[in-house]
Write a protein that binds this ligand. Structure first.
Ligand code: AMP
Ligand code: MG
Length: 337
């Protein structure tokens, strides 16, 4: 298959691909997604095939506004409207009770569905023009770091999808926050661009799923399906070093090998000159760190490195999402100083 490259002017073409049961790479503010008609089980199945994604890992339904919620969800709590009012369009996915018209292929057979309205005008226009919700996971091959540019997505999906709509680099850089509103108290299943602190302001108490901060033991069933799988991992093994940045930089310099790669804050780049280095942004700029984490991980797959050492960002605010992705990429191999 020849993957067409579309621009933001090609809304009708893109919508035609979705309506016709095809696969479309879509830009969003979080990461690029691999989209298909969310009401067409066959089209949804082809997402799993293109990614090599396990069947029990459900997808998110993308809609152009909160006014579409009622078509696909029931028993919608007041909190969902409040969150949509405050954070949509934006990087927040809400788990709600589904209606019967949502195919099992989207939800992996669950009676709930993840709903999101992306903060990307062109993608909302494509959904509206297609007239159906777009089911989409991240646009990477299963297990790999998520793509934050069209070029990164093409590395994994060229020849496997009908087209990709290039909307430029993603502004958030990590996948959406996922909050389960079908349980009391609401449960944070995945940290993302809408922070835990912001959710607590609206919801009061929020429970953080254990899979966010630690490795699930073999056989342990996480609340969020899909969280048990290996995620975000580059080819070379990753070690995360946590502590004050001066100390973590020094530790990495002492322990890295001749062919190691390094992920560090901007301030420490020079200290690693001569080695392959990817920078996250300044120590204090957590939004920049979120934007750069996946490209940093992906960059090392284009180089020959034996292993990767990473300075750990702080885990407050959006940092909880960045450290979650980095720790998962490392299989929770974390050194605390
Ligand atoms: P991705 O964007 O590639 O991370 O894929 C979507 C993520 O949403 C998956 O990892 C799922 O775990 C999560 N998800 C989707 N639907 C549900 C649901 N009904 N309940 C819990 N998690 C969900
Ligand atoms: Mg994913």
């Amino acid at each position: 298959m020849n993957t067409k490259q579309l621009t933001t002017k090609d809304i009708e073409l893109a919508a035609g691909i979705i309506a016709g049961g095809g696969l479309l790479g879509i830009p969003t503010e979080t990461v690029y997604g691999l989209g298909a008609n969310g009401l067409d089980p066959r089209a949804v199945q082809s997402i799993f095939a293109a990614k090599g994604r396990p069947q029990d890992n459900p997808l998110i339904l993308h809609i152009p506004g909160a006014d579409w919620l009622e078509q696909y969800c029931q028993e919608i709590p007041a909190a969902a409207r409040q969150l949509a009012g405050k954070f949509w369009p934006g990087p927040l996915t809400m788990i709600l009770k589904r209606k019967d018209n949502v195919p099992d292929a989207v939800t992996a057979g669950l009676d709930t569905v993840g709903m999101r309205c992306p903060d990307c005008a062109v993608t909302r226009q494509v959904i509206a023009a297609a007239g159906v919700p777009i089911a989409a996971p991240s646009g990477n091959a299963s297990g790999r770091p998520s793509p934050t540019t069209a070029a990164a997505m093409l590395e994994d999906m060229e020849g496997k999808i009908d087209a990709i709509l290039d909307g430029g680099p993603c502004q958030v850089g990590v996948e959406s926050t996922i909050i389960d509103l079908t349980v009391t108290p609401p449960r944070l299943l995945r940290p993302g661009g809408v922070t835990l602190e912001e959710l607590e302001e609206v919801l009061g108490q929020v429970e953080v799923d254990e899979a966010v901060r630690r490795l699930m033991a073999p056989g342990e069933q996480p609340k969020a399906p899909g969280m048990k799988y290996r995620h975000y991992a580059p080819k070379a093994p990753v070690t995360v070093v946590k502590g004050p940045p001066e100390k973590t930089a020094e530790y990495i310099l002492c322990h890295m090998g001749e062919k190691s790669g390094v992920i560090c804050f901007d301030e420490f780049r020079e200290g690693f000159s001569g080695y392959p280095v990817e920078t996250l942004g300044p120590v204090v700029d957590q939004r920049a760190q979120a934007r750069h984490i996946f490209e940093a991980l992906r960059a090392f797959d284009r180089l020959e490195v034996t292993d990767i050492w990473a300075q750990s960002p702080a885990d407050t605010g959006i940092g909880l999402a960045v450290t979650n992705r980095l720790n998962k990429a490392a299989g929770f191999r974390i050194i605390e100083l």
